[in-house]
Design a protein around this ligand. Structure first.
Ligand SMILES: [Zn+2]
Length: 159
């Protein structure tokens, strides 16, 4: 079944080289993710989405360079197709299929899972930040320690 208000997408594209140089292309095989969007909620269309929807409307595959669009399963996708996500797609991402099922039949549960995932992503970023700061402190301690030992050695050498 072709899911309404959806687009098929891929995580990454490939670069192909020819006499014209490098051009982005579709990989031979890849997992197909679902980009879902609520047409009711498109009044404040983000810049990224505006960019790729223009390409999609011209029936072109959108290869996003610096931007990405998050799929139903939470994957950052850089390749978006001018096609709906099809649940019969053999290479469909199983997580996206689950989310699509909820999107169609249990929207509150879909929203709940989505916000849970977003909260988890934010928490993870916070953790990484905290870990980064902890590592900085550890490195500073180590540097101070080395400097201290060096000073002590110098004192011994001169004394
Ligand atoms: Zn997916």
């Amino acid at each position: 079944m072709k899911v309404p208000h959806s687009n098929a997408a891929g995580h990454r594209y490939v670069w192909t080289r020819d006499h014209l140089g490098s051009t982005p292309g579709v990989p031979d095989q890849f997992e197909v993710h679902a980009i879902l969007f609520d047409p009711e909620a498109t009044r404040h269309v983000p810049h990224t989405r505006r960019k790729w929807t223009e390409l999609i409307e011209r029936h072109e595959v959108a290869f996003l360079d610096y931007d990405n669009e998050v799929s139903a399963c939470g994957k950052r996708c850089r390749m978006i197709f001018p096609l709906s996500f099809d649940t019969a797609e053999p290479d469909a991402c199983p997580k996206c299929l689950e989310m699509v099922e909820l999107w169609l039949n249990d929207r509150p549960e879909y929203e709940r899972l989505r916000s849970e995932r977003e909260a988890w992503i934010t928490r993870k970023q916070d953790d990484e930040l905290a870990l980064g700061e902890e590592m900085d402190r550890a490195l500073q301690r180590q540097a101070a320690d080395i400097a201290g030992r060096k000073r002590e050695q110098e004192r011994k050498d001169t004394g």
